[in-house]
Design a protein around this ligand. Structure first.
Ligand code: GLU
Length: 427
Protein backbone atom coordinates (compact mmCIF):
# COMPACT_ATOMS: atom_id res chain seq x y z
CA UNK A 1 0.00 0.00 0.00
CA UNK A 2 1.51 3.37 -0.95
CA UNK A 3 2.34 5.59 2.05
CA UNK A 4 0.43 8.61 0.82
CA UNK A 5 -2.86 6.78 0.30
CA UNK A 6 -5.56 8.01 2.63
CA UNK A 7 -8.98 6.45 2.06
CA UNK A 8 -10.85 9.24 3.84
CA UNK A 9 -9.21 11.93 1.70
CA UNK A 10 -10.29 9.89 -1.31
CA UNK A 11 -13.88 9.64 -0.01
CA UNK A 12 -13.93 13.38 0.60
CA UNK A 13 -12.51 14.12 -2.86
CA UNK A 14 -15.20 11.98 -4.46
CA UNK A 15 -17.87 13.72 -2.38
CA UNK A 16 -16.58 17.24 -3.12
CA UNK A 17 -16.66 16.67 -6.88
CA UNK A 18 -20.29 15.57 -6.79
CA UNK A 19 -21.32 18.21 -4.22
CA UNK A 20 -20.15 20.77 -6.82
CA UNK A 21 -22.25 19.14 -9.52
CA UNK A 22 -25.28 19.10 -7.21
CA UNK A 23 -24.54 22.66 -6.05
CA UNK A 24 -24.99 21.68 -2.40
CA UNK A 25 -24.81 24.59 0.01
CA UNK A 26 -21.95 24.98 2.44
CA UNK A 27 -23.75 23.77 5.57
CA UNK A 28 -24.80 20.53 3.94
CA UNK A 29 -21.32 19.98 2.51
CA UNK A 30 -19.67 20.51 5.87
CA UNK A 31 -22.11 18.09 7.44
CA UNK A 32 -21.68 15.34 4.85
CA UNK A 33 -17.87 15.64 4.48
CA UNK A 34 -17.39 14.48 8.07
CA UNK A 35 -18.74 11.73 10.32
CA UNK A 36 -21.40 12.85 12.77
CA UNK A 37 -19.83 10.87 15.61
CA UNK A 38 -16.84 8.65 16.24
CA UNK A 39 -15.62 6.58 19.14
CA UNK A 40 -11.98 5.63 19.75
CA UNK A 41 -11.22 3.25 22.56
CA UNK A 42 -8.91 0.62 23.97
CA UNK A 43 -9.85 -3.02 24.53
CA UNK A 44 -7.80 -4.93 27.11
CA UNK A 45 -7.76 -8.68 26.45
CA UNK A 46 -6.33 -11.33 28.77
CA UNK A 47 -4.38 -13.54 26.40
CA UNK A 48 -4.11 -17.32 26.69
CA UNK A 49 -0.67 -17.00 28.30
CA UNK A 50 -2.10 -14.80 31.08
CA UNK A 51 -0.64 -11.52 29.80
CA UNK A 52 -2.87 -8.54 28.98
CA UNK A 53 -2.76 -7.10 25.49
CA UNK A 54 -4.47 -3.82 24.69
CA UNK A 55 -6.08 -3.38 21.27
CA UNK A 56 -7.30 -0.16 19.70
CA UNK A 57 -10.89 -0.04 18.48
CA UNK A 58 -13.10 2.39 16.57
CA UNK A 59 -16.71 2.95 15.64
CA UNK A 60 -17.55 5.77 13.27
CA UNK A 61 -21.12 6.92 12.53
CA UNK A 62 -20.97 8.98 9.38
CA UNK A 63 -24.62 9.89 8.92
CA UNK A 64 -27.92 8.65 10.30
CA UNK A 65 -30.41 11.00 8.63
CA UNK A 66 -32.06 8.13 6.73
CA UNK A 67 -32.02 5.63 9.60
CA UNK A 68 -29.70 3.97 12.14
CA UNK A 69 -26.02 3.87 11.14
CA UNK A 70 -25.14 0.58 9.44
CA UNK A 71 -21.89 -1.08 8.55
CA UNK A 72 -19.38 -3.77 9.31
CA UNK A 73 -16.53 -4.21 11.76
CA UNK A 74 -13.09 -4.94 10.32
CA UNK A 75 -10.22 -6.68 12.03
CA UNK A 76 -7.05 -5.57 10.30
CA UNK A 77 -3.44 -5.05 11.42
CA UNK A 78 -3.17 -1.84 9.34
CA UNK A 79 -6.52 -0.39 10.37
CA UNK A 80 -6.56 3.40 10.78
CA UNK A 81 -9.30 5.77 11.87
CA UNK A 82 -9.20 7.41 8.44
CA UNK A 83 -9.89 4.09 6.74
CA UNK A 84 -12.83 3.51 9.08
CA UNK A 85 -14.09 7.06 8.40
CA UNK A 86 -13.93 6.47 4.65
CA UNK A 87 -15.71 3.14 4.93
CA UNK A 88 -18.42 4.67 7.16
CA UNK A 89 -18.92 7.44 4.59
CA UNK A 90 -19.21 4.93 1.76
CA UNK A 91 -21.81 3.01 3.82
CA UNK A 92 -24.00 6.14 3.91
CA UNK A 93 -23.93 6.35 0.09
CA UNK A 94 -24.34 2.59 -0.24
CA UNK A 95 -27.54 2.41 1.83
CA UNK A 96 -28.88 5.47 0.02
CA UNK A 97 -28.17 4.21 -3.51
CA UNK A 98 -30.11 0.99 -2.89
CA UNK A 99 -32.72 3.02 -1.02
CA UNK A 100 -32.81 1.19 2.30
CA UNK A 101 -33.75 3.16 5.44
CA UNK A 102 -30.30 3.09 7.05
CA UNK A 103 -27.35 5.43 7.46
CA UNK A 104 -23.62 4.76 7.36
CA UNK A 105 -21.23 3.48 9.99
CA UNK A 106 -18.12 1.31 10.28
CA UNK A 107 -16.01 -0.18 13.01
CA UNK A 108 -12.54 -1.54 13.27
CA UNK A 109 -9.97 -3.08 15.54
CA UNK A 110 -6.23 -2.93 14.90
CA UNK A 111 -5.38 -6.62 15.12
CA UNK A 112 -4.56 -9.68 13.07
CA UNK A 113 -7.09 -12.37 13.98
CA UNK A 114 -4.74 -15.01 12.53
CA UNK A 115 -2.54 -14.42 15.58
CA UNK A 116 -5.41 -14.82 18.06
CA UNK A 117 -6.95 -17.99 19.46
CA UNK A 118 -10.70 -18.44 19.31
CA UNK A 119 -10.98 -17.55 23.01
CA UNK A 120 -8.92 -14.38 22.53
CA UNK A 121 -11.08 -13.36 19.54
CA UNK A 122 -14.20 -13.88 21.62
CA UNK A 123 -12.78 -11.66 24.39
CA UNK A 124 -11.91 -9.01 21.80
CA UNK A 125 -15.44 -9.04 20.35
CA UNK A 126 -17.05 -8.79 23.78
CA UNK A 127 -14.59 -6.05 24.79
CA UNK A 128 -15.33 -4.09 21.60
CA UNK A 129 -19.06 -3.95 22.23
CA UNK A 130 -18.67 -3.16 25.93
CA UNK A 131 -16.89 0.05 24.93
CA UNK A 132 -19.63 1.24 22.56
CA UNK A 133 -22.80 -0.38 23.94
CA UNK A 134 -24.47 2.91 25.00
CA UNK A 135 -23.94 4.37 21.52
CA UNK A 136 -24.99 1.46 19.32
CA UNK A 137 -28.14 -0.68 19.15
CA UNK A 138 -31.01 -1.61 16.84
CA UNK A 139 -32.29 1.97 16.65
CA UNK A 140 -28.88 3.68 16.74
CA UNK A 141 -26.17 1.77 14.95
CA UNK A 142 -26.18 -1.79 13.64
CA UNK A 143 -22.84 -3.59 13.00
CA UNK A 144 -22.14 -6.51 10.62
CA UNK A 145 -19.22 -8.60 9.37
CA UNK A 146 -16.51 -7.17 7.13
CA UNK A 147 -12.86 -7.87 6.37
CA UNK A 148 -11.67 -10.72 8.66
CA UNK A 149 -14.82 -10.82 10.82
CA UNK A 150 -17.47 -13.52 10.46
CA UNK A 151 -20.87 -14.71 11.76
CA UNK A 152 -19.28 -16.23 14.89
CA UNK A 153 -17.82 -12.84 15.83
CA UNK A 154 -21.29 -11.34 15.36
CA UNK A 155 -22.90 -13.77 17.83
CA UNK A 156 -20.29 -13.03 20.50
CA UNK A 157 -20.92 -9.31 20.05
CA UNK A 158 -24.69 -9.84 20.15
CA UNK A 159 -24.49 -12.02 23.24
CA UNK A 160 -22.45 -9.45 25.17
CA UNK A 161 -24.74 -6.62 24.05
CA UNK A 162 -27.85 -8.55 25.13
CA UNK A 163 -26.31 -9.23 28.54
CA UNK A 164 -25.76 -5.51 29.00
CA UNK A 165 -29.13 -4.51 27.56
CA UNK A 166 -31.06 -7.21 29.44
CA UNK A 167 -33.13 -8.79 26.68
CA UNK A 168 -33.10 -10.18 23.18
CA UNK A 169 -32.25 -7.65 20.48
CA UNK A 170 -31.53 -9.69 17.34
CA UNK A 171 -31.91 -6.55 15.21
CA UNK A 172 -28.78 -5.12 16.87
CA UNK A 173 -26.39 -6.92 14.56
CA UNK A 174 -26.58 -8.58 11.15
CA UNK A 175 -24.62 -11.28 9.42
CA UNK A 176 -25.52 -13.63 12.29
CA UNK A 177 -25.56 -17.40 11.76
CA UNK A 178 -29.05 -18.56 10.69
CA UNK A 179 -29.31 -20.54 13.95
CA UNK A 180 -29.27 -17.27 15.92
CA UNK A 181 -31.53 -15.02 13.88
CA UNK A 182 -29.46 -14.67 10.72
CA UNK A 183 -30.96 -14.55 7.25
CA UNK A 184 -30.61 -17.26 4.67
CA UNK A 185 -28.66 -15.89 1.73
CA UNK A 186 -26.63 -13.37 3.78
CA UNK A 187 -23.38 -15.28 3.18
CA UNK A 188 -23.87 -15.22 -0.58
CA UNK A 189 -25.42 -11.75 -0.74
CA UNK A 190 -22.46 -9.47 -1.43
CA UNK A 191 -20.87 -11.67 -4.10
CA UNK A 192 -24.20 -12.46 -5.74
CA UNK A 193 -25.14 -8.78 -5.67
CA UNK A 194 -21.95 -7.93 -7.58
CA UNK A 195 -22.93 -10.39 -10.30
CA UNK A 196 -26.53 -9.13 -10.47
CA UNK A 197 -25.09 -5.73 -11.37
CA UNK A 198 -22.60 -7.27 -13.83
CA UNK A 199 -25.48 -9.16 -15.48
CA UNK A 200 -27.43 -5.91 -15.85
CA UNK A 201 -24.38 -4.10 -17.22
CA UNK A 202 -23.87 -6.83 -19.82
CA UNK A 203 -27.53 -6.59 -20.85
CA UNK A 204 -27.10 -2.85 -21.37
CA UNK A 205 -24.16 -3.59 -23.64
CA UNK A 206 -26.22 -6.15 -25.57
CA UNK A 207 -24.09 -9.01 -24.22
CA UNK A 208 -24.92 -12.09 -22.19
CA UNK A 209 -22.68 -13.61 -19.52
CA UNK A 210 -22.44 -16.88 -21.48
CA UNK A 211 -18.88 -17.47 -22.63
CA UNK A 212 -17.61 -14.24 -21.10
CA UNK A 213 -14.40 -14.35 -19.02
CA UNK A 214 -13.67 -12.71 -15.70
CA UNK A 215 -10.68 -12.23 -13.44
CA UNK A 216 -11.13 -11.51 -9.73
CA UNK A 217 -8.91 -10.09 -7.04
CA UNK A 218 -9.33 -11.84 -3.70
CA UNK A 219 -10.70 -15.21 -2.65
CA UNK A 220 -12.72 -14.23 0.40
CA UNK A 221 -16.47 -14.18 0.94
CA UNK A 222 -17.25 -11.64 -1.82
CA UNK A 223 -15.01 -13.12 -4.49
CA UNK A 224 -15.99 -16.75 -3.84
CA UNK A 225 -19.72 -16.16 -4.24
CA UNK A 226 -19.27 -13.73 -7.13
CA UNK A 227 -17.22 -16.37 -8.95
CA UNK A 228 -19.76 -19.11 -8.17
CA UNK A 229 -22.74 -17.18 -9.54
CA UNK A 230 -20.80 -15.89 -12.54
CA UNK A 231 -19.93 -19.46 -13.49
CA UNK A 232 -23.51 -20.63 -12.82
CA UNK A 233 -24.77 -17.99 -15.24
CA UNK A 234 -22.50 -19.39 -17.96
CA UNK A 235 -19.39 -17.24 -17.56
CA UNK A 236 -15.84 -18.42 -17.03
CA UNK A 237 -13.49 -17.23 -14.29
CA UNK A 238 -9.91 -17.55 -15.50
CA UNK A 239 -8.10 -16.09 -12.49
CA UNK A 240 -8.44 -15.23 -8.82
CA UNK A 241 -5.80 -13.79 -6.55
CA UNK A 242 -5.42 -14.80 -2.93
CA UNK A 243 -3.49 -13.57 0.11
CA UNK A 244 -0.89 -16.06 1.32
CA UNK A 245 -0.66 -15.91 5.07
CA UNK A 246 2.67 -17.76 5.26
CA UNK A 247 4.45 -15.69 2.63
CA UNK A 248 2.63 -12.45 3.62
CA UNK A 249 1.96 -11.60 -0.02
CA UNK A 250 -0.68 -12.43 -2.61
CA UNK A 251 -0.55 -14.72 -5.65
CA UNK A 252 -2.77 -15.02 -8.71
CA UNK A 253 -4.10 -18.49 -9.57
CA UNK A 254 -4.85 -18.80 -13.27
CA UNK A 255 -6.53 -21.55 -15.26
CA UNK A 256 -7.33 -20.46 -18.78
CA UNK A 257 -10.07 -23.07 -19.27
CA UNK A 258 -11.80 -21.87 -16.08
CA UNK A 259 -11.17 -22.21 -12.36
CA UNK A 260 -13.19 -24.58 -10.20
CA UNK A 261 -14.29 -22.66 -7.09
CA UNK A 262 -15.15 -25.78 -5.07
CA UNK A 263 -11.76 -27.32 -5.82
CA UNK A 264 -9.91 -24.16 -4.82
CA UNK A 265 -11.97 -24.00 -1.63
CA UNK A 266 -11.02 -27.59 -0.87
CA UNK A 267 -7.33 -26.58 -0.86
CA UNK A 268 -7.82 -23.31 1.04
CA UNK A 269 -6.61 -23.20 4.65
CA UNK A 270 -8.74 -21.87 7.52
CA UNK A 271 -6.75 -18.64 7.18
CA UNK A 272 -7.94 -18.29 3.58
CA UNK A 273 -4.67 -19.26 1.89
CA UNK A 274 -4.84 -21.39 -1.26
CA UNK A 275 -2.24 -24.20 -1.28
CA UNK A 276 0.14 -23.23 -4.11
CA UNK A 277 1.67 -26.66 -4.49
CA UNK A 278 -1.62 -28.51 -4.81
CA UNK A 279 -2.98 -25.85 -7.17
CA UNK A 280 0.15 -26.16 -9.31
CA UNK A 281 -0.20 -29.95 -9.49
CA UNK A 282 -3.81 -29.56 -10.61
CA UNK A 283 -3.41 -27.32 -13.64
CA UNK A 284 -3.29 -23.87 -12.05
CA UNK A 285 -0.53 -21.42 -12.90
CA UNK A 286 0.66 -19.58 -9.81
CA UNK A 287 1.46 -16.02 -10.88
CA UNK A 288 2.46 -12.83 -9.07
CA UNK A 289 0.00 -10.81 -6.96
CA UNK A 290 -1.12 -8.30 -9.59
CA UNK A 291 -1.36 -10.71 -12.52
CA UNK A 292 -5.16 -10.84 -12.01
CA UNK A 293 -5.26 -7.25 -13.29
CA UNK A 294 -3.74 -7.89 -16.71
CA UNK A 295 -5.74 -10.91 -17.82
CA UNK A 296 -7.40 -10.81 -21.24
CA UNK A 297 -10.93 -10.86 -19.91
CA UNK A 298 -14.09 -8.86 -20.45
CA UNK A 299 -14.86 -8.48 -16.74
CA UNK A 300 -12.57 -7.44 -13.90
CA UNK A 301 -13.73 -7.69 -10.30
CA UNK A 302 -11.47 -6.31 -7.58
CA UNK A 303 -12.93 -7.93 -4.45
CA UNK A 304 -10.18 -7.64 -1.84
CA UNK A 305 -9.26 -4.33 -0.21
CA UNK A 306 -9.07 -0.59 -0.87
CA UNK A 307 -6.28 1.09 -2.90
CA UNK A 308 -5.56 -1.79 -5.29
CA UNK A 309 -5.95 -0.23 -8.75
CA UNK A 310 -3.67 2.78 -8.70
CA UNK A 311 -2.04 5.24 -11.09
CA UNK A 312 0.96 2.86 -11.14
CA UNK A 313 -0.79 -0.32 -12.25
CA UNK A 314 -3.95 0.81 -14.08
CA UNK A 315 -2.04 0.69 -17.39
CA UNK A 316 -1.79 -3.10 -17.00
CA UNK A 317 -5.53 -3.55 -17.58
CA UNK A 318 -6.13 -5.34 -20.90
CA UNK A 319 -7.81 -3.65 -23.89
CA UNK A 320 -10.40 -6.43 -23.76
CA UNK A 321 -11.92 -5.32 -20.42
CA UNK A 322 -15.43 -3.94 -20.85
CA UNK A 323 -16.78 -3.91 -17.30
CA UNK A 324 -15.05 -3.35 -13.98
CA UNK A 325 -17.25 -4.17 -10.99
CA UNK A 326 -15.88 -3.08 -7.62
CA UNK A 327 -16.64 -5.86 -5.15
CA UNK A 328 -14.33 -4.28 -2.54
CA UNK A 329 -14.79 -0.88 -0.96
CA UNK A 330 -12.55 1.79 -2.47
CA UNK A 331 -10.35 -0.46 -4.67
CA UNK A 332 -9.68 2.25 -7.29
CA UNK A 333 -7.77 5.44 -6.50
CA UNK A 334 -8.92 8.72 -8.11
CA UNK A 335 -5.81 8.68 -10.38
CA UNK A 336 -6.68 5.22 -11.70
CA UNK A 337 -10.34 6.15 -11.92
CA UNK A 338 -9.51 9.02 -14.30
CA UNK A 339 -7.78 6.51 -16.59
CA UNK A 340 -10.74 4.09 -16.52
CA UNK A 341 -13.05 6.97 -17.39
CA UNK A 342 -10.80 8.03 -20.27
CA UNK A 343 -10.63 4.46 -21.59
CA UNK A 344 -14.43 4.22 -21.35
CA UNK A 345 -14.38 1.09 -19.25
CA UNK A 346 -17.85 0.66 -17.74
CA UNK A 347 -17.28 0.92 -14.00
CA UNK A 348 -19.86 -0.33 -11.51
CA UNK A 349 -18.78 1.66 -8.46
CA UNK A 350 -18.17 -0.04 -5.13
CA UNK A 351 -21.05 1.35 -3.15
CA UNK A 352 -23.46 0.14 -5.83
CA UNK A 353 -21.76 -3.13 -6.90
CA UNK A 354 -21.19 -4.44 -3.38
CA UNK A 355 -24.42 -3.17 -1.79
CA UNK A 356 -25.87 -6.69 -1.76
CA UNK A 357 -24.42 -7.43 1.67
CA UNK A 358 -26.01 -4.51 3.44
CA UNK A 359 -29.25 -4.96 1.50
CA UNK A 360 -29.49 -8.50 2.83
CA UNK A 361 -28.53 -7.19 6.28
CA UNK A 362 -31.55 -4.92 6.04
CA UNK A 363 -33.70 -7.95 5.12
CA UNK A 364 -32.21 -9.73 8.13
CA UNK A 365 -33.31 -6.87 10.40
CA UNK A 366 -36.78 -6.87 8.85
CA UNK A 367 -37.10 -10.64 9.44
CA UNK A 368 -35.82 -10.28 13.01
CA UNK A 369 -38.36 -7.52 13.70
CA UNK A 370 -41.18 -9.70 12.36
CA UNK A 371 -39.71 -12.79 14.02
CA UNK A 372 -40.60 -14.57 10.80
CA UNK A 373 -37.97 -15.80 8.37
CA UNK A 374 -38.17 -16.06 4.59
CA UNK A 375 -36.96 -18.98 2.48
CA UNK A 376 -33.62 -18.42 0.73
CA UNK A 377 -35.22 -18.03 -2.71
CA UNK A 378 -37.35 -15.18 -1.41
CA UNK A 379 -34.35 -13.41 0.13
CA UNK A 380 -32.28 -13.75 -3.05
CA UNK A 381 -35.19 -12.73 -5.22
CA UNK A 382 -35.76 -9.57 -3.21
CA UNK A 383 -32.01 -8.93 -3.30
CA UNK A 384 -31.96 -9.25 -7.08
CA UNK A 385 -34.87 -6.82 -7.38
CA UNK A 386 -33.23 -4.21 -5.13
CA UNK A 387 -29.85 -4.44 -6.86
CA UNK A 388 -31.38 -4.40 -10.33
CA UNK A 389 -33.58 -1.39 -9.57
CA UNK A 390 -30.62 0.52 -8.10
CA UNK A 391 -28.35 -0.40 -11.02
CA UNK A 392 -30.93 0.66 -13.59
CA UNK A 393 -31.53 4.03 -11.92
CA UNK A 394 -27.79 4.78 -11.90
CA UNK A 395 -27.17 3.51 -15.44
CA UNK A 396 -30.15 5.50 -16.77
CA UNK A 397 -28.94 8.69 -15.11
CA UNK A 398 -25.49 8.07 -16.50
CA UNK A 399 -26.89 7.56 -20.02
CA UNK A 400 -29.19 10.57 -19.84
CA UNK A 401 -26.62 13.01 -18.50
CA UNK A 402 -23.37 11.55 -19.85
CA UNK A 403 -22.04 11.37 -16.27
CA UNK A 404 -19.53 8.69 -15.39
CA UNK A 405 -21.21 5.75 -13.57
CA UNK A 406 -19.48 6.55 -10.27
CA UNK A 407 -20.63 10.16 -10.41
CA UNK A 408 -24.18 9.16 -11.37
CA UNK A 409 -24.35 6.77 -8.39
CA UNK A 410 -22.98 9.48 -6.09
CA UNK A 411 -25.50 12.01 -7.42
CA UNK A 412 -28.44 9.74 -6.58
CA UNK A 413 -27.09 8.74 -3.17
CA UNK A 414 -25.93 12.17 -2.02
CA UNK A 415 -29.17 13.77 -3.14
CA UNK A 416 -31.19 11.25 -1.08
CA UNK A 417 -29.11 11.85 2.05
CA UNK A 418 -29.10 15.63 1.51
CA UNK A 419 -32.89 15.60 1.23
CA UNK A 420 -33.22 13.61 4.47
CA UNK A 421 -30.89 16.05 6.29
CA UNK A 422 -32.81 18.97 4.86
CA UNK A 423 -36.22 17.55 5.82
CA UNK A 424 -34.96 16.99 9.36
CA UNK A 425 -33.90 20.62 9.48
CA UNK A 426 -30.22 19.78 9.96
CA UNK A 427 -28.90 21.86 7.08
N1 GLU B 1 -19.47 -4.94 5.46
C1 GLU B 1 -20.41 -4.94 4.40
C2 GLU B 1 -20.23 -3.70 3.52
O1 GLU B 1 -19.18 -3.10 3.46
C3 GLU B 1 -21.82 -5.14 4.89
C4 GLU B 1 -22.30 -4.14 5.89
C5 GLU B 1 -23.60 -4.50 6.56
O2 GLU B 1 -24.17 -5.51 6.24
O3 GLU B 1 -24.00 -3.71 7.40
O4 GLU B 1 -21.12 -3.34 2.80
Amino acid sequence: MSKEFNAFEMAQRQFDAVADKLQLDTGLRDLLRWPQREYHFTIPVTMDDGSVKVFKGFRVQHNDARGPAKGGIRFHPQETVDTVRALATWMTWKCAVVDIPLGGGKGGVICDPHDLSSREQQALCRGWVRQVAPNVGPVQDVPAPDVMTNPQHMVWILDEYEKLAGGHFPGFITGKPVEVGGSLGRTEATGYGVIFTVREAMKRHGMSIKGVRASLQGFGNVSQYAAKLFIELGGMVVAVSCWDNDDQCAYTFRKLDGIDVEYLLSITSRFGTIDKEKAGENGYEVLEAEAWLEQEVEILIPAALENQITGDNVGRISEKVKVLAEGANGPTTPEADAVLKEREIFVIPDFLANAGGVTCSYFEQVQCNMNFFWPKEEVLDRLDQKMTTAFRAVASLSEETGEYMRDAAYMIAIQRVATACHLRGWA
